[in-house]
Design a protein around this ligand. Structure first.
Ligand SMILES: NC(=O)c1ccc[n+]([C@@H]2O[C@H](COP(=O)([O-])OP(=O)(O)OC[C@H]3O[C@@H](n4cnc5c(N)ncnc54)[C@H](O)[C@@H]3O)[C@@H](O)[C@H]2O)c1
Length: 275
């Protein structure tokens, strides 16, 4: 019985490492859109070429004895969703639906989906739990999370498999797969790297945006034991200006407009990582 990780990117590669360390058999699959196959050399998992837009690819890689499928394959970059909306929709909408169909057909009992805290939209206040309604979206890569959540839920109810919707904050920390191109880098590691190089940190809107943040090791650990249903995966809620202050070695001033409620335990703290 193996776990199948669709999307052998930044989070998928670290998830595979932790799963294997805990004695699980793992298959990692990707179409090499954002990740190069060679980046997985040395991980030790079986690696397959699979495009989630292809039902045939998915049937081949989800045998009936698959224990759990993790769906992390996506066109996850906001800038690329503007320059290539068709690819974003084909992967994140049609691809997600085809994964649900393939899971149902295989008889696999459990699907874990990497969603995003962005589903709640902007302008939040108070404590945001998983029952908070979806909000307006600013780009197709994040809008597609709402479609995928609802589509996977539809298939899970129809076919009786267990579904975990993990709404991730901004993930940071080292993984075997780190992306070089700026479109695929997120704010925490970008600011850490720029500050270390003595470069300026550019803050949109003064860095007032509130974000949830979480270390990739905590994400991987939580996803491996993901409970059914929707949950937020964020260790801390901070502003982008706080991230910049920590990267510069300054005291963050706070001012987050809301917090994300999360039922999990976290080992890693942002301030320690940025030190
Ligand atoms: N990293 C974060 O901060 C973060 C935050 C919130 C949510 N997420 C979500 O978690 C998931 C994984 O994120 P990540 O940071 O590992 O991204 P990533 O880009 O590193 O990994 C996604 C992988 O999917 C692959 N892929 C793209 N199109 C595909 C297709 N058609 N078929 C098969 N594979 C395909 C890419 O090549 C890439 O390796 C994504 O859904 C992302 O939206 C990530």
């Amino acid at each position: 019985m193996a776990d199948l990780i669709l999307g052998a990117g930044y989070i998928g590669a670290r998830l595979a490492e932790l799963a294997m360390q805990s004695g699980r058999e793992v298959v990692l699959a990707d179409n090499w859109f954002a990740t190069e196959r060679a980046q997985l050399d040395g991980i030790g998992a079986r690696v397959e070429t699979v495009d989630i837009r292809s039902g045939d690819d998915l049937s081949r890689v989800i045998p009936p004895d698959t224990e759990r499928v993790f769906l992390l394959a996506a066109q996850a970059s906001r800038p690329l969703s503007v320059s290539d909306p068709d690819y974003t929709e084909e992967t994140n909408l049609t691809g997600a639906r085809r994964v649900a169909e393939a899971v149902a057909k295989s008889g696999c009992r459990s699907l874990v989906y990497a969603s995003s805290l962005h589903v709640y939209g902007p302008s939040l206040s108070g404590e945001i739990g998983p029952d908070h309604p979806y909000g307006p979206q600013g780009d197709l890569s994040h809008l597609s999370k709402i479609y995928a959540e609802l589509c996977l839920d539809l298939y899970a109810r129809r076919h009786g498999f267990e579904l975990s919707l993990m709404r991730l904050g901004i993930v940071y920390g080292p993984s075997p797969v780190m992306h070089e191109r700026p479109e695929s880098q997120t704010v925490v590691d970008k600011f850490k790297r720029l500050a270390a190089a003595g470069e300026e940190l550019t803050l949109d809107d003064g860095g007032r945006a509130t974000i949830g943040v979480v270390h990739v090791d905590d994400v991987a650990k939580i996803m491996l034991d993901a409970p059914p249903g929707a949950a937020n995966v964020a260790a801390e809620t901070v502003t982008v200006a706080d991230v910049a202050a920590l990267a510069r070695g300054e005291e963050p001033s706070g001012g987050a407009t809301h917090t994300f409620a999360s039922p999990f335990e976290y080992e890693h703290a942002l301030a320690e990582y940025m030190r």
